[in-house]
Write a protein that binds this ligand. Structure first.
Ligand SMILES: NC(=O)C1=CN([C@@H]2O[C@H](COP(=O)(O)OP(=O)(O)OC[C@H]3O[C@@H](n4cnc5c(N)ncnc54)[C@H](O)[C@@H]3O)[C@@H](O)[C@H]2O)C=CC1
Ligand SMILES: O=C(O)C(=O)Cc1ccc(O)cc1
Length: 360
């Protein structure tokens, strides 16, 4: 097996199975890092598109990968991991699937003799879009990547999967498969269903009502636009943990319905929301930095955004996040710069000194 000891050694050749959003993004990130990447997919078109984007080349006949990354829809992750373990008898095999106990159970039942070479993984990065055209080499930059070894996993294989994560720019986080599935029920699967339930209230609403849609409803419903087939498979694969949380939410909903006109009780619900948001770790998994939004009106002309970013950089402020909205009444973009709270007041003053229209 291709086990190597230093940070800088290659982990490949890498075979990526499934040239969709995740597989092509992994291929792009690894190719950029100088790895040899071979790509396969049930749809040849997707292999051609991924290769055209620079994510690797079509899997050659007789190829012997050192690492296989399975990036297929959740319902076939287990079967493809089993196939890879049998087809590449010396390779470490990992996957990027959104649930982790289910594929491990399939490996243990189908090829227990190969289980040591399987180490599950899950990059916590993606999008509401699917397919190779939505891929990006920087998708995983600074994101957590769960690495979920089981008790019989080879230590060397775990190190290879951690290096896959770091080579893609992500931060490996070690969890057992069961811990992982409970964690993503809370941080990914429940939020998805809440987004879906909110978005469902918009379907069929009056156009006049929908015309008032602002940033809040867009924030809450973005992920409800995701592929329903993908999400059906994810939720079914983690139904036990998701159900437990939904039962808690049902209890809260029932209480809320009864307390809507009781200001004190309502305030308790709203403050619990504040408390939950404050628990979300900051970028790169570190301490959450208190962030403030500085909103700047930017004329709708080519080059204006670049000029704004140039000025923010010259002022010396780091942009933590960014959103661009449009002023419905005027040909200007409203650029929301999310910056550390301690820099916000200084940035407003400095931008005004450079003649930007800053909202106060
Ligand atoms: N979409 C997201 O944001 C994230 C998805 N994931 C996980 O990554 C995996 C892939 O998801 P996406 O890339 O979003 O899906 P996708 O639909 O963009 O790509 C899946 C690809 O797998 C191919 N495929 C299907 N069955 C196959 C098989 N048996 N053998 C080879 N190729 C096959 C499809 O043709 C398609 O190109 C899923 O297991 C998902 O749970 C993980 C993190 C984020
Ligand atoms: O689009 C987003 O913000 C996501 O949350 C994407 C996502 C989808 C599935 C996963 O298993 C992990 C991340």
């Amino acid at each position: 097996m291709a086990h190597r000891d230093t940070e800088h050694d290659l982990i490949g050749p890498v075979h990526v199975v499934g040239a969709g959003l995740l597989g092509t993004s992994v291929g792009l990130a690894l190719s950029r890092a100088g790895e040899t990447v071979w790509v396969s997919d049930v749809h040849d078109d997707n292999v051609r598109t991924a290769a055209g984007l620079g994510a690797g080349v079509a899997l050659p006949e007789g190829a012997e990968p050192a690492l296989v990354v399975v990036a297929v829809p959740p319902s076939v992750v287990g079967v493809e991991v089993v196939r890879a373990l049998s087809a590449a008898p010396r390779a470490v095999v990992t996957d990027v699937g959104s649930v982790k106990a289910q594929p491990l159970a399939e490996v243990l039942s189908a090829v227990p003799e190969h289980v040591a070479r399987y180490v599950g993984g899950h990059p916590m990065a993606g999008s509401e879009r699917s397919g190779p055209l939505a891929a990006s080499a920087s998708l995983f930059e600074g994101r957590p990547w769960a690495v979920t070894p089981h008790p019989r996993a080879e230590e060397g294989g775990v190190r290879v999967v951690e290096r896959l994560a770091t080579t893609c720019g992500a931060v490996p986080v070690a969890l057992t498969p069961e811990q992982h599935d409970r964690a993503v029920a809370r941080t990914s699967h429940l939020p998805h269903l809440m987004s879906v339930l909110t978005a469902a209230r918009l379907a069929g609403a009056e156009p006049a009502e929908l015309s008032l849609s602002g940033q809040g409803v867009r924030d809450v419903t973005r992920i409800a636009a995701s592929d329903p087939v993908l999400w059906q498979q994810i939720i079914v694969g983690n139904a036990g943990s998701v159900r437990e949380l939904l039962v808690d939410v049902r209890r809260d909903l029932d209480a809320l319905i009864g307390e809507l006109d009781d200001p004190a009780a309502l305030a308790v619900h709203l403050r619990r929301g504040n408390d939950g948001v404050a628990e979300i770790p900051g970028k790169h998994g570190g301490e959450a930095v208190p962030v403030e939004v500085v909103t700047v009106s930017v004329p709708d002309h080519p080059g204006e955004l670049a000029r704004l970013f140039g000025d923010v950089s010259a002022i010396g402020t780091n942009i933590e996040d960014l959103r661009i909205d449009h002023d419905p009444g005027r040909p200007v973009g409203l650029v929301e710069l999310h910056v550390a709270q301690r820099s916000a007041a200084g940035l407003r003053d400095a931008l005004e000194a450079r003649h930007w229209a800053v909202q106060r």
